[in-house]
Each structure stands twice: as C-alpha cells, then as structure tokens.
Design a protein. Structure first.
Length: 262
C-alpha cells in the first residue's frame, strides 16, 4: 500500500478501534493487535547531557512549533556550556515539512535545504537563510527505519551540506505533496504531484536517507520474548530479566562527535 492509503485506513474517530497485523523479528506468524484510536499528544522536545560537553536534543514529531522548541533548546544548551550536539530523530515520522526545513536552517547558514518538484509542479527551492542559523557547534543527527518525512529533510540537509554526520539506519522514505481525487463510486485516487528532494537531487520518497555512519538498530534485531511457544519452561535459576541493551547508535554518535574538533 501507499503511505497515503495506510494513513486513511488507520485514521478514525477517537474511541473507535482498528485491527492491525504486526510482523515482528524472528516470529513466524503475524500478530494481530486491536488498537483503540485516540488523540495523539506529541511530547515536548527534550534535552539531556550525555557526556561532558555533548548534549542530546530529542524530537518525536515535527508538529507546528517544534522548530522553535529545538531553537530554544540549542540556545539554552549553548549557554550552559554544551560544545557538541546530537539531534535524535529516531522514530520521528510525523509533522509538517516546513518545520523540518526551519529546523535544518538552525544549523545551516548557507546552501540548499531541500526542493520540491513534480511533472507539472515547478521547482521550488528552500535555501538556508543565514539570519536564521543559530549554532555552528558540531552536530550528529541520529536516524533509524522509523525516521520519515520532515525528519528526513533535516538529516539530508545536514549530511549533504557537509554540516555534520548522520548516524544510524537507513530511513523510511516519505516526502511528497499529494492530491486526492474523488471518484464517482465514492472511492478516491491519491496522487503524488511533487516530491521533496535532497540538496544533491535525490527524491526522499524514492531513495530515503542513508547515513554516512551506518549502525543497526539493536532493538529490532533482538528476539521476541515469546518467540518459541513450544520451548520448555525455563529453570527458575536462569529465568532472569535481561539487562537493557546498550544504545549502540547513541554510543557511535558520541564517538563520532569526540573525533570532531569543537
């Protein structure tokens, strides 16, 4: 299915339900799950110091106002002595492309951030405004398979303008303007009339964003706790909670930043 079709099937009134089948790592059969729809509340942008002089800024979605939240965090972190930044965009998939463009501009004082183009849609370029750039600190953008849309615009702009590194998994690939055409039988046709492109001319929807430092997402590679339903019960002495896996992508981001001059 297209992303547009998936969205139309998942959306509905709060309180209603939708049944989905999940394909999980190392599980033979899809797992059916019933989800109750609700109003989604996007968390605020958060920040924390992960190492001396290195701070992380976490964005869950680029809804309206998020670029300003990121700007406020950057200013506060710089004031408190941060020397290097990690912009964590893992599983950041929703929001407005304009917010992604504005966020990328916080790090860029020149260059193309992205551009829109379609067969009958004239090219529209979005270039960095030097007056809106607020930091020149070294930066790493963290991404994974759940990074999509506006977050991909940010990652591509930072990477292809040689402003910083992108660490993690290849992203999802979602960036287009769509037009819905209603048909006589009540169905609809969703057309992508223009796509967002990276500064070097790659259609985000077609190619996604490949980090220059690839690190697999360990959360997706681990076994499902009940993957073997026929296995014999574990002995109580061995039935211990597994320690949380280290965040290899974050560790790599810190390592990359440590190798960069302030």
């Amino acid at each position: 299915m297209s992303v547009g079709e998936v969205r139309s099937l998942l959306a509905g009134q709060p309180g209603s339900t939708v049944t989905v089948s999940l394909v999980r790592a190392r599980r033979a059969e899809p797992q059916k799950v019933v989800i109750t729809r609700d109003i989604v509340v996007i968390p605020s942008v958060t920040d924390k110091v992960v190492e001396e002089g290195i701070a992380e800024i976490r964005v869950d979605a680029f809804t309206k106002g998020k670029s300003q939240e990121v700007a406020n965090k950057i200013k506060a972190l710089q004031k408190s002595g941060a020397k290097k930044l990690i912009l964590d965009l893992r599983n950041c998939a929703a929001g407005d492309e304009a917010e992604g463009i504005a966020t990328a501009n916080l790090f860029l004082n020149h260059g193309t951030i992205t551009y829109l183009q379609g067969q009958k849609y004239p090219r529209e370029a979005f270039n960095a405004d030097p007056a809106k750039a607020i930091t020149n600190l070294p930066v790493v953008v963290l991404v994974n398979k759940g990074t999509a849309g506006p977050a991909e615009i940010v990652a591509a702009a930072v990477l292809e303008n040689a402003r910083g590194d992108v660490v993690g998994d290849k992203t999802f690939g979602d960036g287009s303007i769509q037009k819905t055409m209603e048909l006589p039988d009540g169905s609809a046709l969703i057309l992508s009339i223009a796509k967002y492109y990276t500064p070097t001319g790659k259609a985000i929807q077609d190619t996604a964003i490949t980090p220059n430092v690839l690190v697999a997402d360990t959360d997706e590679d681990g076994p499902v706790p009940d993957e073997d339903e026929n296995a014999a019960p574990a002995d109580d002495t061995t039935k211990k909670a597994q320690p949380p896996q280290p965040d290899q992508q974050m560790l790599k981001a810190i390592e990359v930043l440590k190798s960069r001059a302030s």
